[in-house]
Design a protein around this ligand. Sequence first.
Ligand SMILES: CC(C)=CCC/C(C)=C/CC/C(C)=C/COP(=O)(O)O
Length: 289
Amino acid sequence: MQSPRRNAEGRPLGTCDPSSSGSPAHGGGSRFEFQSLLSSRMPGADPTSARLRASESPVHRRGSFPLAGAGSSQALPPQLPEEDRIDLNPSFLGIALRSLLAIDLWLSKKLGVCAGESSSWGSMRPLMKLLEISGHGIPWLLGTLYCLSRSDSWAGREVLMNLLFALLLDLLLVSLIKGLVRRRRPAHNQMDMFFTISVDKYSFPSGHTTRAALVSRFILNHLVLAIPLRVLVVLWAFILGLSRVMLGRHNVTDVAFGFFLGYMQYSIVDYCWLSPRTAPVLFVLWNQP
Ligand SMILES: CC(C)=CCC/C(C)=C/CC/C(C)=C/COP(=O)(O)O
């Protein structure tokens, strides 16, 4: 049997100090806690009446005890520890976010059909992992550096220099957000990714997806491609994002935000576009023998 949860005084919740009963305005806040805790934790309790009682009480609307009435000599009852308080009036935003999170987890689990070899689409896993490599940071960085070293035109060098800047900016922003948000990867993910850095144990946002959105927008804006190739670039980005969820690497919201972030990152790169005019030092340095 579980031991009962206790309040700040070490008293089991659901018991009430008789000395503190009475009007909340006179320091009897414990009674309201008792009522609301009881009605929301007891099986078969009526949550509506708990809410009504709570809304009548200034104690619960503000989530704290009122000051003792003027001249009252009764000591203020102690505050409940944070984990023992119940938000009886959650905001609309709170409910919406919690619902979105629940749908996200449910949908991500459903779509994680290549998460393991024994999953329903487990045979597709090698293909998904090939896609994973196509969006990895290392091949993109090395490929850009190689092309930059081989480029013999100013225009080509300028575009590649900006692609390098875009890839580095992406790594920086994704690492920063992953480190701040620290959302764990889905439980069904197998951590068998190729060449990761420490923040890659976190999943929000999907780095592959930000890169895919950023690079594809970059290519569409700076390379002259026939329509079928342009469609292919967009499809690659979209399928790469989807494959992150199918592999079980990410939740749907990690990928959705990844697309948004990658798209916005391109706008930053475009705004700060490096050219021999705006960043002459970079271009001169690159041309040193
Ligand atoms: C210059 C430097 C520090 C390069 C690091 C490149 C690198 C290891 C990128 C990590 C790529 C990666 C595994 C990202 C994780 O992607 P998710 O889609 O799983 O978030």
